[in-house]
Design a protein around this ligand. Structure first.
Ligand SMILES: [Zn+2]
Length: 207
């Protein structure tokens, strides 16, 4: 919503899912009446109402190792708003293999969130980031995602995209921002490359 409001030019949205009642507390584009409808179609309609000058490309598919490269190859920036690490690794492999574009990573678990910006071939990739630090205090069992924490993470990710596009400010490169919404503590962890990362060593000849 922020990126479309900012007028990013062209936005591709990838999701194979339909709107669920349990999405509504954190996915503010959707309404009760949208339950059961394809997410990308509803999202494109609502986003068009925010800024009709942005070209929207809804892709009603799952992101897989078969289609990832084709979908992202012409993008200037990719935003990870995924809900699972398997799809994130698919996305990571695609950007490392293509050596572009920058990836703004975000994840939320319960009250906690994290954001980092990855420049493939230059900064630790998503695989390395997971080795350095997995999601904040791992909650065991049922960990409902707190809606406003998703909003905070999404806002930080959108800010990263605006910084990357405009070249203004310092993106979270080689840094992982950790957001603890329960106690309102925001921490920054410095990231460094992991030796012999299996993803980078497979696709990048020199680091
Ligand atoms: Zn790597």
């Amino acid at each position: 919503m922020y990126l479309v409001g900012a007028g990013v030019g062209e936005l591709t949205i990838i999701d194979y899912d339909t709107v669920n009642l349990t999405d509504l507390h954190r996915q503010l584009l959707y309404r009760e009446e949208d339950v059961g409808k394809p997410k990308v179609e509803v999202a494109a309609r609502r986003l068009h109402d925010i800024n009709s000058t942005v070209k929207l490309r809804p892709v009603n598919e799952a992101l897989t190792s078969e289609n990832a490269e084709e979908i992202i190859k012409d993008a200037d920036v990719v935003v990870d708003a995924l809900d699972n690490w398997m799809s994130r690794q698919v996305l990571n492999e695609a950007i490392v293999k293509l050596r572009k574009p920058p990836l703004v990573h975000g994840a939320v678990n319960g009250w906690y969130g994290q954001v980092s910006t990855i420049i493939p071939g230059k900064t630790p990739c998503l695989y390395e980031l997971v080795q350095v630090r997995s999601l904040p205090p791992q909650c065991v069992g049922y960990c409902p995602v707190v809606g406003p924490v998703v909003g905070v993470v999404a806002s930080i990710e959108a800010t990263e995209v605006i910084k990357l596009i405009t070249g203004i400010g310092e993106p979270l490169i080689n840094k992982l921002l950790i957001i603890d919404g329960k106690n309102w503590v925001i921490d920054e962890i410095k990231l460094s490359r992991v030796e012999n990362c299996p993803v980078c060593s497979r696709y990048l000849k020199e680091k």
